[in-house]
Design a protein around this ligand. Structure first.
Ligand SMILES: *Cc1c(COP(=O)(O)O)cnc(C)c1O
Length: 432
């Protein structure tokens, strides 16, 4: 009678538990069953008592049907690639939720006929960039550039400066990306210098001139680049990949290119990412001359690079709605951040010795290289870095000179309380 195997609850019985039924409805039955199997095994081995099987199974389940976790970005990098780049605003999240079911993304409700896909998002983008005759949206910045290469006859040669052949991250290199779309490159100039005559000499019979913003590095010293205004005099279409997606100039990021300025300087087409400085969902923006945009839009690859309805909704909300979280981070002041850091340090357990310190943050994610933004952080002992990363609500800081800095520039003020809670919990666990 004392053999634990005889008392091990049966799957059916556990599945009948009200809390388990609720979890199955939210998370899917197969995941819940797998958790029960593991808990039942532990019971069979005598590690837990039969009454605890449902609770142990429940405790091992994720909070939602995705096991991706919300993370508080206290790294001091506003657009952090490994944390999913731009965090979406509440307005964008709400818009995605509206569009997630059946939606009029491609239907005109007045006439009951097919409508231009994503016309409200495209309209918001067009309104935000009046210098563009037409706009289109694809899956990401790389897709926008690739589509331009494929649709504008890149096989006839794309003229590009050697100093702009960028590796964008994770081993992906723009020259290889462009060539994978069937285009050939005509490289001009040297790593540090290129002049208009270099472009001119390579232009004969070429498809277009490409100018790429070196968005993740800085070349300084004996350098020379050719501005868009001059490239536009050579009689070929000029495509400018500005990378980070600023639509208009930003006062705090004076050297960062923006779509409006590039178009006004004579660019025929501008491409950019939606989830860097624009602060929206992952997508690729294409803005410029109507005839060129239409060629891209009608190219067969456009269908393969088509963007999702929820992305279109989030993009519209980002552009036409309240300021994005990236914009909010960029509008923080060092004094305001320092006050927040002091308030946060004050509520943390005394023995951690938390103090508010001034820091230098960066834009990150391939934007504004070399630009430092005055910020503030809470400094903590560095042994908290790992436990905070793996906490119930993970907080990602960065370690500098033996201290863990929780930088507040990219943290929504509404998340300060979550940081306080995670730090307090983690420090308690470490002591226990
Ligand atoms: C980031 C970047 C890309 C790639 O954009 P994704 O949205 O990551 O595909 C291309 N060009 C430049 C200049 C960039 O900064």
């Amino acid at each position: 009678m004392n053999d634990p195997r005889r008392q091990t609850p049966r799957m059916d019985a556990v599945l009948g538990d009200a809390r388990i039924r609720d979890a199955s409805a939210r998370l899917g039955e197969s995941r819940v069953r797998a958790a029960i199997v593991l808990a039942v095994d532990r019971c069979r081995r005598g590690e837990i008592v039969p009454e605890d099987v449902p609770a142990v199974a429940l405790a091992s389940l994720p909070a939602t049907a995705t096991t991706m976790r919300r993370v508080v970005n206290a790294t001091g990098v506003i657009v952090h690639t490994n944390l999913g780049r731009a965090p979406l605003s509440d307005a964008a999240v709400e818009a995605m939720s509206v569009a997630s079911g059946a939606t009029d993304v491609e239907l005109d409700l007045e006439t009951g006929r097919r409508g231009r896909r994503g016309r409200t998002a495209l309209g918001a983008l067009a309104d935000a960039v009046p210098d563009a005759e037409s706009v289109h949206v694809v899956n990401n910045g790389a897709a926008a550039l690739g589509l331009a290469a494929a649709a504008l006859g890149g096989e006839h040669g794309i003229v590009v400066a050697r100093g702009e052949l960028v590796e964008i991250g994770d081993g992906f290199r723009l020259p290889e990306l462009i060539e994978s779309f069937g285009a050939t490159l005509r490289e001009v100039g040297t790593t540090n210098r290129v002049v208009l005559a270099d472009y001119e000499a390579a232009s004969e019979g070429a498809a277009f001139i490409l100018k790429v913003h070196p968005s993740n590095f800085v070349v300084s010293g004996f350098t020379s680049r050719v501005p868009v205004r001059d490239l536009a005099t050579l009689g070929l279409p000029v495509v400018v990949d500005i990378g980070s997606g600023l639509l208009q100039p930003h006062p705090r990021l004076v050297d960062e290119p923006d779509a409006a300025s590039a178009l006004r300087a004579g660019a025929d087409l501008v491409t950019a990412s939606g989830d860097k400085l624009l602060g929206g969902p992952q997508c690729g923006l294409i803005m410029g001359r109507a005839e060129l945009v239409e060629r891209l839009r009608r190219h067969p690859l456009a269908r393969a690079l088509r963007v999702d309805k929820t992305t279109l909704a989030a993009l519209e909300a980002t552009i036409a709605g309240p300021p994005s979280r990236v914009a909010q981070a960029l509008s923080t002041t060092p004094e305001g951040l320092l006050r927040r850091a002091e308030a946060l340090a004050a509520v943390l357990p005394d023995r951690l010795g938390a103090v508010a310190v001034r820091t230098q943050a960066v834009v990150g994610g391939g934007g504004a290289p070399g630009v430092h933004l005055e910020s503030a952080a809470v400094a903590l002992p560095d042994h908290l870095a790992r436990p905070l990363r793996t906490a119930q609500v993970p907080v990602m800081g960065h370690v500098r000179q033996g201290r863990l800095l929780l930088d507040l520039i990219a943290v929504d003020p509404g998340e300060d309380a979550a940081i306080a809670e995670s730090v307090t919990l983690v420090s308690r666990e470490i002591r226990a």
